[in-house]
Design a protein around this ligand. Structure first.
Ligand code: NAI
Length: 248
């Protein structure tokens, strides 16, 4: 058990990559807080992980809302007394040509993907600084490195921001024993990509050397590595999980 008794908060844990992380972390012994905009989905994830222990919690949170994030952190502190791990999986994506991108769509994307990561991480850091240890993993994207092609420019910009934020937080957290890393997945088969036009899926798959899209479980395994005792000298890193789509 790589995460025995660790308290791990997974935002966006209601489905997709976040849910896969919640399942894997619970199997590895963690006490998991599943935090999601959709409380029903969060509860369903918790129902699936009770088999690995009964000290899990579902919380409704909009990561883009500072008051809700503060409430979530307070609840974690009250319930467990600490937060050892935060995985910022909550996110949204949109396919829209740059020229049609509205200000409202831009703001919403940056609010959830970038500000949400900032707010949750800051709340977690406060607890982790007291404990003088902790691990945060953010979810960037290959789009944040190469620009949005299948996805919108606002999505790609938000993920580039997440990578830079990861390095800033890693520098801040290091003296307190807090590690901050990110993963940059390529196209992963979740609800986020299920509605992509068939032509897009074919074009994307053809450009991946391993010849397929990734799975949420494959991303979860990499996140587990970054949070585990196997990665205690890794911080400020963004790990590619993209089947060879981008080798940089
Ligand atoms: P998903 O759509 O399957 O799941 C996203 C989860 O986040 C949902 O449970 C949703 O309710 C929750 N969520 C959305 N907005 C929220 C908010 N404001 N507050 C709290 N929870 C919120 O998406 P998926 O694929 O699991 O994506 C997870 C992360 O991975 C996202 O940040 C996404 O950008 C990133 N990513 C996904 C890739 C893919 O191909 N699926 C590729 C690269 C990165």
């Amino acid at each position: 058990m790589k995460l025995k008794e660790k308290v791990a908060v997974i935002t966006g844990g209601g489905k997709g990559i976040g849910k896969a992380v919640a399942l894997l972390f619970a199997r590895e012994g963690a006490q998991v807080v599943v935090a999601d905009l959709d409380l029903g989905l969060a509860r369903k994830t918790v129902e699936e992980i009770v088999q690995y222990g009964d000290n899990h919690l579902a919380i409704k949170v909009n990561v883009a809302n500072s008051a809700e994030v503060a409430e979530m952190a307070a609840r974690v502190k009250e319930t467990y007394g600490r937060m050892d791990i935060l995985v910022n999986c909550a996110g949204i994506c949109e396919i829209v040509p740059f020229i049609e991108l509205s200000e409202a769509a831009w703001d919403r994307m940056l609010d959830v993907n970038l500000k949400g990561t900032f707010l949750c991480s800051q709340a977690a850091m406060k607890m982790m600084m007291e404990a003088r240890s902790g691990s945060i993993v953010n979810i960037a994207s290959v789009a944040g490195k190469v620009g949005g092609l299948a996805v919108g420019a606002h999505y790609a910009a938000s993920k580039a921001g997440v990578m830079c934020l990861t390095m800033s937080m890693a520098k801040f957290g290091a003296p307190y024993g807090i590690r901050v890393n990110a993963v940059a997945p390529g196209p992963i088969a979740t609800d986020m990509t299920v509605d992509w036009p068939e032509a897009t899926k074919v074009a994307v798959t053809n450009s991946i050397p391993l010849g397929r899209m990734g799975t949420a479980e494959e991303v979860a395994e990499a996140i587990l590595f970054l949070c585990s005792p196997a990665a205690t000298f890794i911080t400020g890193e963004t790990l590619d999980i993209n089947g060879g789509l981008l080798m940089d």
